[in-house]
Design a protein. Sequence first.
Length: 143
Amino acid sequence: MSTITSANSVLAIAINNYFPVPQTIQGFAVDDAFEGEAVQQSEILMGVDGILSAGKVFVPYKMTIHLQADSPSVFLFDAWRTAQDAAVDVFSASGSITLPSTSMVYTLQNGFLTSATPFPAVKKTLQPLVYEITWQRIIGGAI
């Protein structure tokens, strides 16, 4: 029987031509590790005569990653951001999400770093950093 345990979930990201070997992301924030935004899967149009039509549309998939300020994986995202700034270009990534509790794996294809917190908010303690990657495609399947 599957469970909803998230503690054994694994996110791995490879940055093409920069960190080509997938890096396991570690040091997630207290209540948030990573999530994907809901995406519109079809375009729906209602004609003036009340007949509904629909068509498939391709949309980007946004993923948000939350890391503790002392996460060793902050280095990966900072290096990615800094390298892009230096190259005045962008580097695509690929990755995977493995969820052993539900026996699912998700393949992340052709992603770009679209948002990055440059440093943690300095409060009573350093706050989590947030990164957004926009993927061309996310494909789910059984392990």
